[in-house]
Design a protein around this ligand. Structure first.
Ligand code: HEM
Length: 375
């Protein structure tokens, strides 16, 4: 007969839970049968490798009969990314918004034709910050017990809504964290998107409108947000996201580069593909971002606690330093979240870090691999 102490010790050793057992539920008071049932769910599975590129990356109908839009159910997670929200609402991702890295890579490729190495870097960098390495689950929205038993602080297994390395300032349709809700669709900000599209794109969102809107958003945060920050990795995602609507939200049969504003609202606010929507023809990533950047170049930096006090941060990678981006992300961002991991947590982190580095190799970046937790 097991004493409760032994049972609890076993559970502590096998802290690597999967999502079936609610994260914040105490194990105390469970019967022996209930504990046995929990123990069966506590097996650690090493995270599987990400998929390669699509075999067929042509434009195809993605709002199809197999992927109907369904409205949210109570508890379903949605967050700051209009693409992931849409993929979940159409079943390319689990509709509850609790996802694995492999599911995200598959979904962004199948639903939008995002280029494979770019997708992998984005997914693993985001997952390492906001996901649960033990259960291999991440929320595309808020923190939730559905991602399983959390590793100890300072890890932040808190979903994409978390204001940290991934979610950041100057979003086009979401407010800066300093002003409150940083992840829900914000009509006032969307009206800026509309205004700039009307003024610079003849009523459509195009590269010129994207360029002018990004400059406006930078100035807006600079002058109104005392905590405004624009350092790597946010620097990279901010410029990528400026061109994502042009690269991915335009129907794949249309090569004009002009995004209709009703279609934009369909993604940003309603989290749904337009009727009869085809994904773009051929994989692509952030093409066009240099145009946006070069019109109004900036240095990485942040306000210093007051508005309009932006100071250059030489420790941040610039857009032309992808390897510095990788190295500082691992040695600074990840190590600060996981200073001294052991056991399965360390193994899971190392595997995910390997997948992150592999993405830089696939992108041809020739970076030197770093090993914060040994090889
Ligand atoms: C083809 C695939 C994707 C597209 C088209 C896309 C599109 C976008 C766009 C347009 C935004 C900006 C929202 C705004 O400024 O209002 C955004 C934000 C975001 N996306 Fe995605 N995304 C894609 C893939 C991903 C992936 C793979 C991840 C991570 C797993 C991700 C995570 C995020 C996050 C965290 C934000 C919030 C950043 C912020 O504005 O603060 N996205 N995405």
């Amino acid at each position: 007969m097991f004493s409760s102490l032994v049972v609890y010790s076993l559970l502590a050793i096998k802290i690597c839970t999967v999502g079936a057992f609610p994260a914040y539920q105490s194990l105390a008071g469970l019967t022996r049968e209930e504990l046995d049932a929990v123990v069966r769910t506590l097996q650690y599975d090493p995270p599987p490798p990400p998929p390669g590129p699509l075999a067929n990356d042509s434009a195809i109908l993605v709002n199809d009969a197999d992927h109907p839009y369904m409205s949210l159910q109570p508890g379903d997670q949605r967050g700051p990314c209009p693409a992931l929200n849409t993929l979940a609402s159409h079943g390319y991702l689990p509709r509850n918004g609790i996802v694995t890295p492999v599911q995200i890579v598959n979904a962004v490729q199948e639903g939008f034709n995002l280029e494979n190495s770019f997708a992998r870097f984005l997914v693993y960098s985001t997952f390492l910050v906001n996901g649960n390495p033990i259960t291999n689950l991440m929320s595309i929205g808020d923190a939730t017990s559905a991602t399983g038993q959390n590793p100890p602080a300072p890890a932040t297994v808190a979903g994409l809504d978390t204001h940290n390395n991934c979610e950041g300032d100057t979003s086009m349709t979401r407010a800066d964290f300093y002003f409150g809700d940083n992840h829900s669709f914000n009509e006032t900000r969307f009206q800026n998107f509309v205004t700039f599209s009307n003024e610079y794109g003849g009523g459509k969102f195009n590269l010129t409108a994207a360029t002018e809107l990004r400059h406006f958003l930078f100035q807006d945060s600079l002058l109104n947000n005392p905590t405004f920050s624009m350092v790597s990795p946010r620097l990279f995602t901010a410029y990528g996201e400026s061109v994502f609507p042009i690269n991915f939200f335009i129907d794949g049969r249309d090569t004009s580069g002009q995004l209709d504003l009703d279609v934009a609202r369909s993604f940003f606010q309603n989290m749904t593909f337009p009727t009869d929507f085809y994904r773009r023809n051929g994989a692509i990533s952030n093409e066009g971002y240099e145009t946006v950047f070069n019109a109004y170049p900036i240095v990485p930096g942040a306000n210093q606690g007051t508005v309009n006090s932006y100071k250059y941060d030489p420790t941040s990678a610039t857009l032309s330093e992808p390897c510095k981006r990788y190295t500082t992300f691992v040695l600074r961002n990840i190590q600060s979240l996981y200073p001294n991991p052991t056991g399965n947590l360390r193994e899971a982190l190392n595997i995910n870090l390997q997948y992150l580095f592999d993405a830089t190799v696939a992108a041809g970046e020739n970076c030197t691999q770093v090993f914060p937790y040994g090889q």
